[in-house]
Design a protein around this ligand. Sequence first.
Ligand code: AMP
Length: 136
Amino acid sequence: MQDCIFCRIVKGEIPCHIVYENRHIIAFLDINPMTEGHTLVVSKAHIESFSDSSIDIASKIAESSVTVAGALKKALKPEGFNYFINEGKLAGQLVMHLHMHVVPRYSDDDVKFEAGRVELDDEKMKAIAKRISKEI
Ligand code: AMP
């Protein structure tokens, strides 16, 4: 896509710090990192969301995320990781081109994932699970 920033990175029109690349995937450092080594694992094809991607592309994103995490472990010795994909503006997706965040975690970092929780009784949980599983 012409005006997609990640498509432009894939085409080499915008510089970035590449850490890994194969035929389908490019992984580069996030320009505004949550921690040292925060990497984005990006599909080269312009796909907007994870839920609309093929199992093949989703698997390639997962596989490359494992590869990148292994390298980050050796290079930067983090104590853990957060892996996440934001999907949709409401969920915080700023760049509408599928990417996995791989965020190495350190004891002195300043990352906070705080979320409220909804209270659902067992009947409600049962009904939700039924509605979802019917669609699979
Ligand atoms: P998201 O909110 O999940 O769409 O995340 C988009 C991420 O892309 C943000 O963490 C940005 O810092 C990052 N980002 C935006 N532009 C660039 C760029 N030119 N190079 C590297 N990372 C970028």
